[in-house]
Write a protein that binds this ligand. Structure first.
Ligand code: 13P
Ligand code: SF4
Length: 348
């Protein structure tokens, strides 16, 4: 491949006829979100990654916050974290590449322990996951003896190992209601805990974790947009603070938000979740309008997840070529951390 010239981070390449033939049909699907000039950088990677994926019997799972080139160019399955966990459990591939963050890759490894699970960038963490340790959970259990622990899937394997049942944003209320307990310790997202508490009679003991992306949305700015756009609907992920959720017409997991915008009779939406999801919303409903909810700094830039963005085509190709970096956990930890995930799937 010949590099013709470089502007900013983009290398403009001479795409061979073969690459063009294979990748043009993919580009047609996303030409309204990815400029053609950017595509020339992605296409050679997409071509190579897809070839390598077949050769190695690998599957690429992508979270709903991934870029259009990952989502449409190379992923085999894209969804919210619940569906990614289910897919990881049933795949017949030898290698799982997780285009998401570390807890998603760990979950995939727990669901499919015999498979190699690759994460393109091991520093793709999550502010919720890093807010709590297994030791913190052990202390809480001593403080509230006999109270069951429900942990959000956005946690490390150490935390899962101390947990009775995991949950995701798609099933949190259902799982808490199914615990048959008047009190539940719900970790680590304080805002999701408050949302669950508002939907159930169960007393919730929460932890002070937050998502550094969803806690940034500003309700005054959002309401200002609403005032100027009659009929616009606010949609929000339950990791948002109460003052955002209070105004939302629809609250749900990333997949639920996508479905809502596709099926709703409304033609415009303020989106209070990570804005990379909007390319899919536009693809499913091209005639509708989507406005990113503004953050506390008055802009929309704080709402991008810095961890999800670490997955790039270059890193993806590198990890598939070299089978690294891969997820490793010792077998004792894996056995304990898997149990609450299995229980969650049984109860969902
Ligand atoms: P979903 O389970 O709704 O996809 O959310 C995962 C996440 O990390 C949202 O910030
Ligand atoms: Fe974690 Fe928030 Fe990023 Fe989701 S958006 S991965 S909860 S930091």
């Amino acid at each position: 491949m010949t590099i013709l010239f470089q502007v900013d981070k983009f290398l403009f390449m001479d795409i061979s006829a073969e690459i063009k033939k294979v990748t043009d049909p993919i580009y047609q699907k996303i030409s309204n979100t990815v400029p053609e000039i950017e595509w020339t950088t992605h296409a050679p990677y997409i071509y190579k990654i897809n070839k390598l994926k077949k050769k190695k019997n690998a599957v690429i799972l992508a979270h709903n916050y991934q870029t259009p080139e990952i989502y449409h160019g190379i992923s085999d399955f894209s969804a919210d974290s619940l569906a990614l966990a289910v897919e990881a459990a049933k795949t017949e591939a030898d290698i799982i590449v997780m285009c998401g963050v570390h807890f998603m890759a760990e979950t995939a490894k727990l669901m499919s322990p015999d498979k190699k699970v690759l994460l393109p960038d091991m520093s793709a963490g999550c502010s919720l996951s890093s807010s709590i340790t297994g030791e913190d959970v052990r202390k809480l259990k001593k403080q509230y003896p006999g109270v069951p622990v429900v942990s959000y899937v956005n946690t490390s394997a150490d935390v899962k190992a101390e947990t009775d049942v995991c949950c995701t944003s798609a099933n949190a209320v259902k799982i808490v209601n199914s615990m048959n307990s008047k009190k539940v310790i719900f970790l680590p997202d304080d805002y999701l805990a408050k949302y669950v508490a508002s939907q159930t009679d169960v007393e919730i003991i929460s932890w002070k974790g937050t998502c550094e992306v969803h806690e940034q949305f500003n309700d005054e700015e959002i309401n200002e947009i609403r005032k100027n756009n009659p009929g616009i609907k606010i949609i929000a992920h339950p990791e948002c603070p109460e003052e955002i959720l209070r105004h939302a017409e629809h609250i749900g997991s990333t997949s639920s938000l996508l479905k809502y915008t596709e099926n709703s009779g409304s033609s415009s939406f303020i989106v209070a979740t990570e804005p990379h999801i909007i390319h899919q919303m536009k693809k499913r409903a091209p005639q509708k309008e989507f406005i990113i909810a503004p953050g506390n700094d008055g802009s929309c830039s704080c709402s991008k997840c810095p961890f999800m963005e670490l997955n790039t085509m270059e890193k993806l190709l590198h990890c598939l070529e070299n089978n690294t970096p891969s997820i490793y956990m010792d077998s004792v930890l894996m056995k304990s951390a898997k149990k609450p995930l299995i229980k969650m799937l049984e109860m969902s």
